[in-house]
Design a protein around this ligand. Structure first.
Ligand code: FES
Length: 362
């Protein structure tokens, strides 16, 4: 007990010291104006030294992916720092592979700009924009999930690929936070972005989004994300989701049939009970319209629910039951890590190439 207390006290002291040092640094040390050289002179910018690379870039309208708001806990903000970034910090190590460390990949939220710094930023990040929008509708899909439809104001249109996401800015007592939400729109309207948001108890961004009313203003950056739908018409698409994993999948499936009505696609969606079901009727309608589209919902906690005549059990069991080994497939999975792991195992048994399995864990 004494040992545990000492560890807690020591941990608290160290954390406090780190905060103090950081505050002291920002007040006492003046690094002056530093240059961030982006892609070998393509777009140099001047910034006040002492800030993180992530926030320095953000204030110059360069938006690097970040799902944790710069806290160093998501590992999304990776960019290459070729010079001037100092040594790799212990806070970065858990998110960087050995190869990434050797290739000068860093977490932009952990690197401080203390001198001129040279970075390489992928072109798609440089195309990410800041958008303002108004809430056009907000409707409940289940007891804890809402669909929020945003009409863009400035810029008035967004160009994105199926499966991409945006980062919504939400106010908090400690300043704005940014959280990633997949674009869930079912049609390719460039002036609209729809989100599917589950209310997380105590969650800053989900509480903010759930409390929005029609006409409220929302700010977000985007689009982000690397998933690319195969353009090969012979490739069958398999989408597997759970809960809010619906969001990117809805956008991917509707985009697929808008462009390729003949494409073959399976959609497996796992929820706990009937009260967690949403969009099922929409997908059944899509199935009637496009015979090569198949939708399967499964309840993991049906508990003898007499009104449910569909699949029961975890969703990977339904994937195993319905999917025959067959054509080349591209799979997109979105849901909790255990679901992704179980479904990946099944897909590999069915002969899906690991390189064709994409996933988004949450
Ligand atoms: S922004 Fe999340 S780890 Fe850097």
């Amino acid at each position: 007990m004494v040992y545990l207390l000492s560890i807690l006290v020591l941990g608290g002291l160290l954390a406090g010291l780190a905060v103090l040092l950081s505050v002291a640094e920002s007040y006492l040390l003046d690094y002056g104006i530093c240059t961030i050289d982006i892609n070998s002179g393509e777009r140099p910018i001047q910034v006040e030294g002492g800030q993180t690379l992530l926030s320095s870039l953000y204030s110059n309208q360069i938006f690097i992916p970040s799902a944790c708001g710069g806290k160093g806990s998501c590992g999304h903000c990776k960019i290459t720092v070729t010079s001037g970034g100092g040594p790799v910090l212990p806070t970065e190590r858990p998110y960087l592979s050995r190869l990434e460390v050797r290739s000068n990949v860093r977490l932009a939220c952990q690197v401080k700009v203390r001198q001129d710094i040279y970075v390489r930023i992928p072109e798609e990040f440089l195309n990410i924009k800041l958008f303002s929008a108004t809430v056009e509708s907000a409707r409940e899909l289940t007891y804890d999930i809402k669909e929020i439809r945003l009409r863009l104001k400035e810029p008035a249109e967004i160009s994105y690929l199926p499966g991409q996401y945006v980062q919504v800015e939400a106010p908090s007592p400690d300043g704005p936070v940014f959280r990633a939400y997949s674009i869930s729109s079912a049609s390719a309207e460039p002036s609209v972005v729809e989100l599917v948001v589950r209310l997380v108890p105590g969650g800053i961004a989900s509480t903010y989004l759930h409390n929005l009313s029609v006409g409220d203003e929302v700010t977000f950056t985007g689009p982000y994300g690397e998933f690319r739908l195969s353009e090969d018409p012979s490739v069958e698409l398999v989408c597997v989701g759970g809960g809010c994993g619906m969001a990117p999948i809805r956008n991917i499936i509707y985009s697929l049939y808008e462009k390729w009505p003949e494409r073959s696609c399976w959609f497996f969606f796992g929820v706990r009970t009937r009260s967690d079901i949403f969009y099922l009727e929409q997908f059944k309608q899509l199935q009637r319209q496009f015979p090569d589209f198949q939708v399967v919902y499964a309840l993991s906690e049906a508990h003898g629910d007499k009104q449910w005549d569909g699949e029961t059990g975890f969703i990977h069991l339904a994937v195993d039951k319905y999917l025959e080994p067959g054509p080349r497939r591209q799979a997109f999975l979105c849901g909790p890590p255990l679901m992704i792991k179980a479904v990946t195992t099944v897909l590999r048994e069915k002969g899906v190439d690991p390189e064709d399995i994409f996933y988004d864990e949450f």
